[in-house]
Design a protein around this ligand. Structure first.
Ligand SMILES: [Zn+2]
Length: 281
């Protein structure tokens, strides 16, 4: 599942390859991808629109046109392909035709991805509308501080893993990077959030930024079906410390796989000590 670094990688590639192009037409082959308008209106609104920028909020891509803003979430397996002449596969659900003859195809094996179209160019109003308005702070936002986190999780019995996965607290983190951040911080994933002191929260925030920055630098992680584009694979999987790993890189004991917050969770039970009384919430 693409997380923030993968979405950022896709954003950077698309920015180089499609910004500046003008939509000639849109073909919608699976209507349910489009959430807040009809496919006819979606296509009509984008015809003749020029793509001026591509931004990101959490795991959402924002295609900013000169007369609309398109919000795209890749969910489990969505990806964009830059293609022109090969026949459509059954997994290509939305095709953007540009006036220069090139095409951008949205490919999604599981069909969980979503698109929302806003008839405005005002980014702030889109940020304040569903589905973005409930999102928590970006990991690199200066307002993400130990005090902010403490305010969100005071006395919380929820596991720290579940708190870091909560998109209304911090946006963009998913299963892979949360495992990595908790290992780097030497914090057990099932530790209740309310037990973490300010120093631990500060360490967590620092490590969120370290792990995400490194993942972005390596083009994200290519796992199973996710690829940044048809031509770029992420390389961060070569630098994972515990997620999907067999041996702890620090103490060389075996890495454990348990369930926390309903997710398969990798940790070193020697380096990440479980606090007394913590359940696998
Ligand atoms: Zn270890």
């Amino acid at each position: 599942m693409p997380e923030l670094p993968e979405v950022e990688t896709v954003r950077a590639i698309l920015e180089k390859r499609v910004v500046g192009k003008t939509v000639r037409d849109v073909l919608i082959r699976y209507e349910k991808i489009i959430k807040n308008t009809s496919s006819e209106e979606f296509a009509a609104r984008l015809k003749g629109a020029k793509l001026t920028d591509i931004s990101r909020r959490g795991k959402y891509l924002l295609f900013i046109f000169d007369k609309a803003i398109l919000l795209s979430h890749l969910r489990m397996e969505g990806k964009y392909l830059l293609a022109a002449d090969n026949p459509y596969s059954k997994h290509e659900h939305v095709v953007f035709f540009f006036t220069d003859g090139s095409e951008l195809r949205y490919h999604d094996m599981r069909k969980f991805g979503t698109m929302h179209l806003f008839e405005t160019t005002d980014l702030i109003s889109v940020m304040e509308s569903e589905p973005l308005k409930k999102m928590g702070l970006e990991p690199f936002d200066d307002r993400l501080t130990p005090d902010y986190l403490a305010g969100k999780i005071a006395n919380s019995k929820r596991s720290v893993k579940s708190i870091l996965l909560d998109q209304t607290i911090i946006s963009g983190l998913g299963n892979i990077y949360v495992d990595e951040v908790l290992f780097l911080s030497r914090i057990h994933p099932a530790a209740p959030g309310g037990t973490l002191d300010r120093a631990s929260l500060k360490l967590l925030i620092e490590n969120v930024r370290i792990v995400l920055n490194k993942a972005i630098a390596y083009g994200g992680t290519t796992v199973k079906s996710f690829q940044a584009t048809d031509e770029v694979s992420g390389r961060f999987q070569n630098y994972l410390m515990v997620h999907t790993k067999a041996e702890c890189p620090s103490c060389h004991r075996p890495v454990s796989k348990i369930r926390v917050a309903g997710r398969g969770t990798y940790l070193c039970e020697h380096c990440q000590i479980k606090p007394a009384g913590a359940d696998y919430l």
